[in-house]
Design a protein around this ligand. Structure first.
Ligand code: ZN
Length: 210
């Protein structure tokens, strides 16, 4: 049965008590500061809880989620999170994690109108267009969908590397790795797409900042 909103508050009280049972100083320690090593950029999908699937605890991962884990370079929300994570928290890893069966990606691959969200999905359609030869050559629709999820993550990794925020950190010698992962709802396992970057040398010249 799905919890009503009151159940959420009851669960929270129980959780807070449980934490104190394990460590009486739990909240005292946690409230002092956060020093996360990771920034997670994931999908809003309720089936992909960043901390649970990575075994990270409160304080260990800074999280940004939106539909289809997009890195849109004019999105002030994403840019603010990225800037704070890299420049202030000095995270060492930025992870874009997509997931197979992503409703946002599927919607973007079709022709149906969904309303305002179509403007957001446009960014995903642009990824499809960039890779349409490879994608259209995949006859099996499920496999094509899976590949599109992977290509979308790879594209978002590239888009992170194109930002001045990430490139300035690299220029200043800050340790910063950008990664692309895909989570499988079928078995709960994350696949590393092995598209990690820690410098801008592989970007097309036009995107490289001095
Ligand atoms: Zn999704």
């Amino acid at each position: 049965m799905k919890p009503s909103y009151n159940t959420l508050l009851d669960n929270n009280k129980k959780w807070a008590i449980d934490q104190l049972k394990t460590n009486p100083d739990y909240f005292k320690l946690l409230s002092r500061q956060q020093t996360p090593e990771y920034l997670w950029i994931g999908c809003s999908d309720s089936r992909v809880p960043a901390d649970q699937i990575t075994g990270t605890k409160p304080g260990e991962m800074f999280v940004h989620r939106n539909i289809a884990n997009m890195v849109v370079h004019s999105d002030m929300n994403l840019l603010s999170v990225l800037s704070y994570a890299v420049e202030v928290l000095k995270v060492k890893h930025v992870i874009v994690c997509g997931h197979y069966e992503c409703g946002g990606v599927l919607a973007a691959m079709g022709n149906k109108q969904y309303g305002l969200i179509d403007n957001w999905l446009r960014h995903i359609k642009d990824v499809y267009k960039a890779h349409h030869k490879e994608l259209n050559a995949i006859e099996d629709q499920k496999l094509r969908f899976r590949r599109m999820v992977e290509l979308n993550v790879m594209e978002q990794v590239q888009d992170l590397c194109k930002t001045t925020i990430v490139q300035n950190a690299w220029r200043d010698g800050q340790e910063l790795h950008v990664h692309g992962w895909v989570y499988s709802l079928d078995d709960g396992v994350i696949k590393d797409l092995e598209v990690s970057f820690n410098n801008n040398t592989e970007l097309a010249t036009v995107y490289q900042f001095d």
